[in-house]
Design a protein around this ligand. Structure first.
Ligand SMILES: CC(C)(COP(=O)(O)OP(=O)(O)OC[C@H]1O[C@@H](n2cnc3c(N)ncnc32)[C@H](O)[C@@H]1OP(=O)(O)O)[C@@H](O)C(=O)NCCC(=O)NCCS
Length: 179
């Protein structure tokens, strides 16, 4: 199934390249960030992901944007106190008023001189909003590299599945079936 919904912005806003809003947020983990097991709480990493993605959404859309959903948050390995965490975020895709932001979470161990390793990833959808909280148009993202273009296409697939899942659940709750 494909989503035939809008994939370009309304209001003929000029496009913005992916690199214009790409953002990295870095943070050192402290004892206050830990769970009962002594490693960093997943919610702390999720907040950093949301913060970094929010910065990208604000930069790309040129104003306020709110988190509409967070998908596929994956925790690949534990983060520890003292780790320097880098959250890399970029705009993968834009719709009419929403954007998908991809986030990659990397950690550098405080006591090792090894390269940063990936510890997590997530996809967040933000809706750009006006002063009254109503969705407003966003500039279309212009993917630049082959990787940006691949991410755009993958984001379009996720978008299609999100919409289809919401529609299917709504239909089920309202007692509608395909047959
Ligand atoms: C997100 C929000 C602005 C959407 O408002 P709405 O009246 O439902 O408006 P729409 O249905 O037109 O949705 C706006 C866009 O967001 C997308 N969207 C809305 N809900 C979504 C969801 N759960 N997942 C993915 N995308 C979503 C829509 O597809 C649409 O995108 P498009 O214009 O690019 O096609 C509204 O639900 C809201 O304000 N939510 C609270 C956000 C918030 O406070 N976040 C912080 C959490 S504490």
């Amino acid at each position: 199934m494909t989503d035939q919904g809008p994939i370009s912005a309304g209001d003929d806003l000029p496009g913005k390249p992916t690199s214009a809003s790409r953002t990295t947020l870095s943070h050192i983990m402290t004892a206050g960030d830990t769970n009962l097991y002594g490693t960093v709480h997943g919610g702390v990493v999720m907040k950093l992901a949301d913060d970094a993605a929010g910065a990208v959404a604000g930069r790309h859309s040129g104003g306020p944007a709110v988190t509409a959903s967070m998908d596929e948050m994956a925790f690949l390995s534990p983060v520890r106190v003292g780790d320097l965490v880098h959250v890399h975020a970029q705009c993968n895709w834009t719709g009419r008023t929403s954007l998908e932001i991809g986030v990659r979470v990397m950690a550098e161990r405080w006591n090792e001189s090894t390269p940063a390793t990936q510890v997590g990833s997530a996809y967040l959808v933000f809706a750009a909003v006006d002063e009254s909280g109503k969705p407003r148009s966003v500039p279309p993202v212009i993917p630049e590299t082959d990787q940006d273009k691949r991410r755009f296409q993958e984001a379009q697939i996720r978008r299609t599945h999100r919409l289809a899942r919401r529609r299917a659940i709504r239909d089920l709750r309202e007692g509608r079936t395909d047959g």
